[in-house]
Design a protein around this ligand. Sequence first.
Ligand code: SF4
Length: 80
Amino acid sequence: MAKIRVIVDRDTCIGCGVAPATCPDVFVLGDDNGKNRVVDDWSVKLDEHESIGEVPEDLKDCVQAAVDACPVQAIRFEIV
Ligand code: SF4
């Protein structure tokens, strides 16, 4: 199945919780710093500054909704 690469800029994220509320299959606020991150199922890189995930393409609409809802434009994705 095709995937999309989802990148969360955790330095920019303000931890508002909208991304996990909008798309809980992909996002969760991290236990480490309260900032958004990609859930373990899809995570390929995680540190305090950035979270990257490779997410099944069928979740793209969900990710797009979170991208559109984020007040600080901290989420982006690309087709891989
Ligand atoms: S919507 Fe944006 S600011 Fe809010 S938790 Fe998600 S990434 Fe962070």
